[in-house]
Design a protein around this ligand. Structure first.
Ligand SMILES: [Zn+2]
Length: 394
């Protein structure tokens, strides 16, 4: 097996690349005039996605594999929320009926109805791998969220024994959106201290303070990072409801801290979780109270490659960040954190081909199912990305 395969990714024009002993690519293939090399990756892991219900579910579930992922953590904030393993199994069956190629890792919505007995008896069979906590009223469908963690300490203790993960939306309610995540961090630290062996994921990190804390905490604490938090600052959110999500993108120094830990350093406890959160256009393009969420699923790897090209400060050759850092971020670190097999690129097997070629993000997704007003406007709609992603071998 060639070094390229050990890495989990391969340049199609492999002879042009030189691979270091640790599997990293140290020399990047030249971009021949009129011909661009393609980076081939196994299908990615997206460890945080919202697949909704009914017609919206039918429209956005196929976007997962279209965007380059085939293993996802599914969020439970449906209406009503997913509280039991039976409900999760039912939801998973609906998703599998839409696209059976994707591995759906299910979560329950933390609340009084979530029972350790249910998890112990049924989690494996129903595909439930964790529990998601939403502070009350902070984001979409979080009205049923929790107010205090100590009530759930007995459940967390059982989850710790069962090896289930606690996924946390880390914002406190009732404060400014700009300080809600930073204000939450002492609670994360306290939880980790109380349950040092419990796997905890701080979802969609958006601040330098959160990056610092996750780094400082032990090996059981990880963080998902979205494509949009690598791309945006608050300046691009103001005035554009399609860039509005919770937690909101923060200041330039916050984005730099996220980019540094993902793109420059490649820290193994920071991995992809897109938080792709579709809303119908009529709930985004309104004057007041636009819904929170960026829809990134259908072009996820293309967005990431584009941002990795110019987001890193460490590498002078832009594309080096894509080749050196992207494969582990989307395919290795999260899998290792959750203890699931790391997928490898194999010739002829399903893969994602990332080619350096201008790609214009379409203006809408799901129109044939959802109609014009109900369709979803993808993140960066109308922008020209520097990479195009394409599925091969499927
Ligand atoms: Zn989310």
């Amino acid at each position: 097996m060639r070094a390229a395969s050990r890495k989990g990714a391969s340049w199609r024009k492999e002879e042009a690349g030189v691979f270091s002993p640790d599997g990293g690519i140290v020399d990047v293939p030249k971009m021949d005039e009129g011909e661009s090399p393609a980076l081939l990756l196994p299908l990615a892991d997206d460890f945080h996605v919202h697949l909704r219900q009914d017609a919206m579910m039918k429209a956005v579930t196929p976007a997962v594999i279209h965007g380059g992922s085939d293993r996802v953590v599914v969020m439970p904030n449906t209406i009503p929320p997913i509280r039991t393993c039976a409900e999760a199994a039912d939801y998973r069956a609906k998703l599998q009926a839409i696209d059976p190629r994707v591995d759906y890792r299910m979560t329950l919505y933390l609340g009084q109805e979530v029972s350790a007995d249910d998890l112990r008896a049924n989690a494996d069979e129903s595909g439930v791998r964790g529990v998601k906590s939403y502070p009350r009223g902070v984001t979409t469908n979080s009205e049923a969220g929790i107010e205090s963690y100590t009530t759930y300490y007995p459940l967390f203790s059982e989850m710790e024994k069962m090896g289930l993960t606690l996924h946390i939306h880390g914002e406190v309610p009732g404060v400014s959106v700009l300080t809600a995540e930073a204000s939450f961090l002492p609670q994360l630290e306290e939880l980790h201290r109380a349950f040092p062996s419990l796997k905890i994921v701080l979802e969609h990190v958006s601040t330098a303070a959160a990056v610092l804390l996750v780094r400082r905490l032990g090996p059981t604490v990880g963080a998902t990072v979205t494509a949009h938090h690598l791309d945006l600052t608050i300046d691009e959110v103001v005035g554009c409801s399609h860039n509005f999500c919770k937690p909101v993108a923060k200041m330039r120094e916050d984005r730099e801290a996220i980019r540094q830990v993902v793109m420059d350093e490649g820290h193994p406890r920071f991995f992809l979780g897109s938080d792709s959160a579709p809303h119908p256009r009529h709930k985004k393009e309104i004057g007041m109270k636009a819904a929170a969420g960026c829809f990134t699923s259908p072009f996820l790897l293309a967005y990431l490659a584009d941002t990795f090209v110019w987001g890193s400060s460490r590498y002078t050759d832009d594309d080096t960040t894509v080749t050196k850092r992207l494969p582990d971020f989307v395919g290795r670190f999260g899998a290792e954190f959750f203890g699931v097999p790391v997928k490898r690129y194999e010739e002829g097997k399903p893969a994602v081909e990332l080619r350096k070629r201008a790609f214009t993000v379409p203006s809408v997704w799901g129109e044939s199912i959802l109609g014009s007003e109900g369709a979803v406007v993808p993140f960066r709609s109308g922008d020209v990305l520097r990479y195009e992603s394409r599925l091969v071998g499927l």
